[in-house]
Design a protein around this ligand. Structure first.
Ligand code: TEU
Ligand code: CA
Length: 545
């Protein structure tokens, strides 16, 4: 397998609005990020991925862009951006920006022009139809075709109605995208995370979707369109191939058997992708607001299947949470009795699989979901729309709150918890979204001061991963025979063999897999490991040879 810097790197995702407020207006910003670069360097991550920082009316917190070449005024100026980029590079880290080009904001000049008349030169930058050609629904509720009375036609938006989908069939649109990518690459950024990139090529036969099977709608209709790979190859040829930059595609709707088309090494498309199989594991037939139970055997199988599907030709990025999904410790661990142990166990999983790990801000502190008791505390458009629709239906409020506590994207958008002072040290003003009340206990200052903290566990394991490339490139084999509490696997190459045992339960258990003679305890979340026994949420790494 070819060695590259982005396979060996660890990504850290910053959600700027919630990371650190530098000027006391209650909104995180670029100066706030600059203040924390030493913290990130100390943690030992390599690549900072910034959720969008471009000009935006913030219907979807920056995922609705009105000017791709300007910094959002709330976040600062281009000079701040350049200072931040320089500070990142001086510390030996890299910067990856979010590329959101499936759609723009409706306030972007292109859409303003496009909607103004049927013969405007920008008309074909978006999709306009005299009548909705299908039953598509938008991710944030309601129908995907919105009537616009200026010209009496409907435009397509797979997300909010303030996020009209760009028409990639139009070569001018593609050229605009490549130009803006070059604009940022020429400034010296190190790559892009590409938002819903599998959605950019539309099925122009406009088939209906099955409204009771959102998973197949994503896979067969919204994603993987007919010209997708042609577009990606063209994009890479025109932009990334001329720079030493990385790309990671957000890939909802991309199944394992299509993944190589995106990331196969000779394809000239993406370096890696974020698949969604584990993220949708607990979605019911109607999607995330229809949650169902998940099981450990299925969860593990997803990692094993993806490892096998990629083999030695293709790469993925491993993530257990991000700005769209619940906190990993609340979702896959135990955020009450064993928060510390289970957060460390999940860190072990995240950092010892084959794939580039992506750590979401605050997970290195074991930050948890939030449980707002008041609907008015929710900020995310997806939650706010879901609340409105549920109330219109006359849904039970208590039950609705329970679902939000479990699935709302605001769970991961509460301010970063820096210290135990007011507003968790995030801002000197009023935060735009309420702080999680557990900040007095869970915060960076306390974690950095405590050698046994989750923070230092990440830091040490990150350093070990750098040193032992077996943990990056090595083979992988699952060893637990489908146990419902144990996840056990082997990682190996010519240099070394590692065994990883993870107890996904709050009970002490005896391990059915033998630790071979001569194996040394290598790392773990309890002081001294006992071969053959795992304590509650214990993670053990053993090294052979
Ligand atoms: O997310 C795409 C996506 O598939 C999400 O809608 C996901 O299914 C949802 O967030 C689960 O609740 C990307 C961005 O990551 C997200 O923040 C944006 O809102 C979305 O695209 C639109 O740009
Ligand atoms: Ca601010």
């Amino acid at each position: 397998m070819t060695r590259t810097w982005w396979k060996e790197a660890v990504i850290y995702q910053i959600y700027p609005r919630s990371f650190n407020d530098g000027n006391g207006d209650g909104v995180g910003d670029l100066r706030g990020i600059i203040e924390k670069l030493d913290y990130l360097q100390h943690l030992g991550v390599d690549v900072l991925w910034l959720s969008p920082v471009y000009a935006s009316p913030n219907d979807d917190n920056g995922y609705d862009i009105s000017d791709y070449r300007a910094i959002m005024s709330e976040f600062g100026s281009m000079a701040d951006f350049e200072e931040m980029l320089d500070g990142i590079h001086r510390r030996g880290m890299k910067l990856v920006m979010d590329l959101v080009v499936n759609h723009s904001s409706d306030e972007h000049e292109w859409f303003q022009q496009s909607r103004s008349s049927k013969d405007n030169p920008y008309r074909d930058y978006y999709f306009w139809e005299p009548e909705p050609p299908n039953n598509w629904i938008a991710f944030f509720g309601g129908k995907a075709w919105e009537y616009d009375d200026t010209t009496g036609e409907y435009y397509l938006h797979l997300f909010s109605k303030k996020q009209p989908d760009l028409n990639w069939e139009n070569p001018k649109v593609r050229e605009e995208v490549y130009e803006l990518m070059r604009f940022w690459l020429d400034k010296g950024i190190d790559g892009f995370r590409m938002d819903v990139i599998p959605f950019i090529s539309k099925r122009l036969d406009w088939p209906d979707i099955n409204l009771n099977d959102f998973g197949s709608a994503m896979r067969d209709v919204y994603a993987n369109g007919p010209r997708l790979h042609e577009f990606l190859q063209e994009m890479v040829r025109e932009t990334l191939s001329n720079y030493d930059a990385m790309s990671v595609g957000e890939a909802p709707g991309v199944p394992r058997d299509l993944a190589k088309l995106y990331v196969g090494e000779g394809r000239g498309e993406l370096n890696m992708l974020f698949h969604f199989d584990h993220m949708t594991l607990d979605w019911g037939p109607k999607g995330k607001f229809d949650p169902k139970a998940w099981s450990l055997p299925e969860f593990k199988q997803i990692f094993t299947d993806w490892h096998e599907a990629m083999g030695d030709d293709g790469w993925i990025s491993i993530f257990l949470d991000n700005h769209d999904f619940p906190r990993m410790v609340s979702r896959w661990g135990d955020d009450s009795d064993y928060r510390m142990e289970s957060a460390k166990l999940l860190a072990t999983l995240l950092l010892t699989l084959r794939g580039t790990p992506s750590v979401y801000q605050g997970s290195e502190l074991g930050m948890t979901n939030v449980a707002y008791e008041d609907f008015a505390d929710y900020r995310d458009i997806e939650s706010v729309n879901a609340i409105r629709e549920a109330q219109e239906r006359g849904a039970d409020s208590a039950q609705l709150l329970q679902i939000l506590h479990r699935v709302s994207r605001d769970n991961v958008r509460t301010p970063m918890q820096w210290n135990s002072r007011s507003h968790a040290g995030f801002t000197e003003g009023e935060p735009w979204i309420r702080v999680n009340p557990n900040y007095t206990e869970i915060n960076a200052e306390a974690a950095v001061a405590d050698p046994d903290s989750i923070f230092h566990y990440y830091r040490r394991l990150l350093a070990l991963r750098k040193k032992h490339l077996t943990l990056v490139y090595g083979e992988y084999e699952q060893l637990d025979g489908g146990s419902d509490w144990l996840y056990a696997y082997r990682r190996w190459d010519e240099e070394a063999t590692f065994l990883v045992f993870l107890n996904f339960s709050g009970k002490e258990q005896s391990v059915p897999v033998e630790v071979p003679e001569g194996a040394q305890p290598f790392f773990g979340n309890y002081p001294v490991p006992d071969a053959g026994t795992l304590r509650p949420w214990e993670a053990q790494l053993w090294k052979l040879a």
